[in-house]
Design a protein around this ligand. Structure first.
Ligand code: ADP
Length: 201
């Protein structure tokens, strides 16, 4: 089963796609994580684009992703988290793989802004927290692995607003190519998880 998870920033698509991938034994492919992990001379160029909340060029993201999509380790299928983000990427994707379902997690911009400004990420294991509603008892330390919790550099108000604008202007355009299953993302993480699974099996 090949899936796309999409939704505005802060909708929980990262958290949910990791959880669903584990349950259904699919590869979790996050374009944002792949870009954050790029090493070498491209890193500075990519960081500059990401920190401002802009999209990296389509050819670059596609080059980075293509290998992973066709990886034999993902033969059970995959969840794409953060890709495609515009019509061009959706068309390119459709040419190389079949997509079975698209999960669209819906939240308002107001909720998105609130959630992202409270988002903290573990530098070691990537676990995601929100200090506004679930501040870990350990303070700035990850409950799962003891790593330090930080704010992502692009999680500042200016960049968040820019990313939401791009989401509405460009990413929502992919729904002219792929039909989506809408999931209410403003419920608890467990309820959102259950409603996604119900739509997949
Ligand atoms: P968020 O969904 O909160 O924006 P991501 O980790 O998915 O977080 O993406 C972070 C940044 O990575 C984006 O703002 C963009 O700069 C870049 N990026 C991720 N996926 C893509 C993509 N498919 N095309 C272009 N840029 C991307």
């Amino acid at each position: 089963m090949n899936l796309i998870f999409t939704g505005p920033q802060g909708s929980g698509k990262g958290t949910q796609s990791i959880r669903v991938a584990r349950k259904l034994k699919l590869c979790h492919i996050s374009s944002g994580d792949m870009l954050r992990n790029v090493k070498g001379r491209l890193k500075i160029k990519i960081n500059n684009i990401m920190d401002k909340g802009n999209l990296v060029p389509d050819n670059l993201i596609f080059k980075i992703l293509k290998e992973k999509l066709l990886d034999s380790k993902c033969k059970n299928g995959f969840i794409l988290d953060g890709f495609p983000r515009n019509i061009n990427q959706a068309k390119a994707l459709r040419k190389i793989v079949n997509i079975d379902k698209v999960i669209e997690i819906v939240i308002s911009d107001k909720e998105a802004l609130e959630r992202i400004s409270g988002r903290r990420i573990c530098v070691k294991c990537g676990a995601i927290y929100n200090i506004n509603n679930s501040r870990p008892k350990t303070g700035n330390i990850c409950v799962k692995c003891g790593g330090k919790l930080i704010s992502r550099k692009d999680d500042n108000i200016k960049s968040i607003k820019k990313r939401l604008e791009i989401y509405h202007k460009e990413t929502e355009g992919i729904f002219t190519i792929f039909n989506s299953i809408k999931i209410n993302g403003e419920k608890s993480a467990d309820i959102v998880f259950k409603s996604i699974i119900k739509n997949l099996i």
